[in-house]
Design a protein around this ligand. Structure first.
Ligand code: GLA
Ligand code: CA
Length: 759
């Protein structure tokens, strides 16, 4: 196994239960990192960090939407020079696993797909839709031009190429996967093994015979259980965990995520002992700069800018305690001939004493040219991809008690009546309406909508921004659509943000751009403390740095030193809420775990107790023994809008109840959509050190779960509002993925009715 990348052509192939490099067994120890999330100036540093950790490969996605921001205009320069990134890896003797999508997920805006695909009203992304395939083909060919000659067979370092991404979590359509496979081949990736990655529960749904199958799962998962089905399906295949999640990503308004270092290392040890290849997702998460963060749904929930991920290499490229623990292990399991260099030094750090903002440009006094439209349309229809959009119209006479209904706000809106703020609407909380006061005809209505990240997972990736359908006035007996709009676009490019009519002063009302300059004697990495600011975005020296939102948990923005200058630097902030004080201090440490919420994370109101006395259960039963999915069918279907699960005891006899995922089955036995579900009640939810609230049972992620708090005894119960009356014939339930599934429920009762069980 001594042979590391040279420009001498090599042969990488699939052998019997092992990968073969030039005919010799090869275990892939891959570090996932994303070139887009690391300043190009720091690529080499991060690659060296992975090498010094004991990895032999870098695994990366290709992000279509950063390379083709306008249809047909491809950009592979500078920060987008993916071939240069791969060559740097090769320079340091690292192989590449390439994951060109077209869809990549990755907590990245729209899972990597370009927003302009959504201009086609009838587009069905990630299907055989002709336009989708046509654009995918053009993109894939460009990637081929950049990288096909870097396959190991041609003297490069690419050893494997992925086809699509976790498609089993999206649909069942082998024909589509076949098409994508063919596009990848036609782009020139013909010489190295192609693979699919999926979850253990879904890999067979779209598995093609001629592709390698790999499995994704996270820290803590029971390794043997994860590979059980694959071992049975393909006894001879080399095993690989193509994404072993080192940590997890952060959402605005939720606890900062961490995963235990010991547990992560022991999972990797288990794989090494079993000769299982792995890619550690993320080994270095980095930063989702600018507007590039994605969102999950349901419930809609946008990602923070930091993609630190609690990974072994921190957001700023530092070796963490997790790094050293893993390094120790990987040293013990080094390949023969593998050199593991000393750990590179971290980049220099600086502090910045207060940057004071003395110029402001109120957004409403800096309106760009208006576009007119009779009915409201989403942002994409105005050729705008990202940012903020203002919809303005005049109201007819409005009687007291009239409701303004906005269908739908994507994603966060401020509503103004004649320039006065009336209220906010937040998609995360399913908000769509405001009560209007009595108003004269001719009153100006302004709806300022900020687009947060486009959803990067599941069908909700069809996520148009701004206002997606219509705006109506609703009274008890009338419904009227508002028409005759003027629309103003505020894109996110740095040039747009800084080209404003800035006026002296550090204070102004409402949404505004703020500008300052600051002098530096030395440059270095620094964390911009945004604690006194509201909600918005930051640009420094023409680079988009990221989003901030006072609710946290992220309170600082990583500012790479390579984008700062000795002497004068310029910073622009767009704050849609307005700051408490227009000052930024540069810190030497990030603040990623300071949540400042106005409403609780949990779903049980103070003093509220669920009383099921007198309720008649639909069914009473006992679950099977974990791990894995279980399905329960009722004797006969039952209708109702509210679903209540009462758990009476656990498989292990302890206090805790946990559920990773829960689906309800409709009258046809198929799973019901969970898009609009809302938790009404959960008796206990653990939020001490992570996100274990009850909405985790329908967030589509098998590795996230609802967990009751430590020391709270059974029975445990959960009530979900399905938001419409449904006929339910049973349910599917997934316990936690860890060995023996901690918190797995034993005896349960199910109740279904048309009232919410609690007052
Ligand atoms: C999945 C996806 C990745 C990423 C992780 C979670 O495995 O394939 O792109 O979204 O989940 O971080
Ligand atoms: Ca979940």
């Amino acid at each position: 196994m001594g042979c590391f990348t040279s420009s001498k052509p090599q042969n990488f192939e699939i052998g019997n239960k092992t990968f073969l490099l030039d005919g010799k067994p090869f275990l892939i120890k891959a570090a996932e990192m994303h070139y887009t999330r690391i300043p190009a100036e720091y690529w080499e540093h991060r690659i060296r960090m992975c090498k010094s950790l004991g990895m032999n490969t870098i695994c990366l996605y290709v992000f279509w939407n950063i390379h083709e921001q306008r249809p047909g205009e491809f950009d592979f320069e500078g920060q987008n020079d993916i071939a240069a990134f791969c060559r740097l890896a090769q320079k340091h003797g690292m192989y590449i696993m390439l994951r060109p999508g077209p869809y990549v997920c990755a907590e990245w805006e729209m899972g990597g797909l370009p927003w302009w695909l959504l201009k086609k009203k009838d587009i069905r992304l990630r299907t055989n839709n002709a336009y989708f395939l046509e654009r995918t083909k053009l993109f894939m060919n460009e990637i081929g031009k950049q990288l096909a000659d870097m396959q190991v067979s041609r003297g490069g370092n690419i050893i494997m190429v992925q086809v699509e991404n976790e498609y089993g979590g999206y649909a069942v359509d082998k024909e589509y996967i076949t098409n994508i496979r063919d596009l990848v081949k036609e782009a020139g990736f013909t010489d190295v093994p192609l693979f699919q990655c999926d979850w253990s529960s879904t890999f067979q749904l779209n598995g093609l015979n001629d592709l390698l199958w790999t499995i994704n799962f996270g820290t803590g998962a029971n390794i043997d259980a994860q590979f059980k089905a694959l071992r049975e399906a393909r006894p001879e295949t080399p095993l690989m965990c193509s994404e072993f999640w080192s940590g997890w990503f952060d959402h605005w308004g939720r606890k900062h995520e961490t995963r235990d270092a010991e547990t992560m290392v022991s999972g990797i040890r288990d794989m090494l002992d079993r000769n299982i290849s792995f890619s550690l997702y993320m080994t270095h998460g980095g930063t989702t700069f600018g507007h590039w963060g994605g969102a999950n749904c349901p419930p809609y929930s946008a990602m923070c800018s930091s993609y630190d991920y609690d990974a072994p290499i921190s957001e700023a490229g530092w070796a963490t305690p997790k790094y050293y623990k893993l390094r120790e292990l990987l040293m013990q399991y080094a390949d023969s001939g593998q050199v593991i260099p000393d750990v590179p030094q971290a980049n220099p750090l600086i502090e910045i004493s207060a940057i004071r903002f003395e110029e402001t440009a109120p957004l409403f006094k800096n309106l760009p040219k208006a576009q007119k439209t009779e009915t409201v349309k989403p942002m994409e229809d105005f050729e705008q991809g990202w940012g903020t959009i203002l919809y303005r119209t005049t109201l007819p006479e409005v009687k007291e008690g009239t409701v303004l209904l906005i269908d739908e706000v994507h994603d966060w809106a401020q509503v103004y009546i004649d320039g006065q703020l009336l209220g906010y609407l937040d998609r995360r909380r399913g908000e769509s309406s405001l009560m209007l006061p009595q108003l004269e005809a001719g009153t100006q209505l302004d709806i300022l909508v900020e687009a947060m990240g486009r959803v990067n997972f599941d069908y909700a990736i069809h996520d148009r921004k701004g206002i997606t359908e219509k705006v109506e006035l609703l009274t008890e007996n009338s419904r009227k659509e508002l028409k005759g709009w003027q629309v103003y676009s505020f894109p996110t490019d740095a040039a747009f943000a800084s080209r404003k009519d800035f006026q002296k002063g550090d204070r102004t009302e409402g949404p505004a751009y703020y500008r300052a300059s600051f002098e530096l004697e030395e440059t270095g990495d620094v964390f911009l403390d945004m604690k006194t600011w509201g909600k918005g975005m930051v640009w420094v020296n023409g680079k988009a740095i990221g989003r901030f939102w006072k609710i946290g948990p992220q309170q600082t923005l990583y500012m790479p030193g390579c984008w700062l200058k000795k002497g004068k630097n310029e910073i622009v902030v767009l704050d849609l809420l307005g700051p408490d004080s227009a000052v930024i201090v540069g810190l030497k440490q990030p603040i990623l775990d300071m949540l400042r919420l106005e409403e609780p994370l949990t779903h049980r109101n103070e003093g509220e107790v669920l009383n099921l006395n007198g309720e008649v259960p639909v069914t009473v039963g006992e679950m099977g023994v974990p791990n894995g999915w279980q399905e329960v069918k009722f004797n006969r279907p039952v209708s109702g809008r509210y679903f209540c699960l009462e758990a009476l005891d656990a498989q292990d006899g302890k206090d805790n109840a946990s559920i990773a995922e829960l689906y309800l089955l409709g009258s046809d036995g198929r799973t019901l959509s969970r898009q609009n579900w809302q938790v009404v009640y959960a008796d206990s939810e653990s939020t001490d050190w992570g996100n274990f609230t009850a909405d985790k049972v329908y967030d589509l992620q098998e590795s996230t779960y609802w967990s009751t708090a430590y020391g709270v005894a059974y029975p445990h119960s959960l009530v979900i509002d399905l938001k419409e009356e449904c006929t339910i014939s049973g349910f599917r339930y997934l316990p936690r993925a860890e060995e023996n599934a901690p918190g797995a429920i034993k005896t349960y009762k199910i109740y279904i009715k048309d009232k919410p069980f609690i007052k």
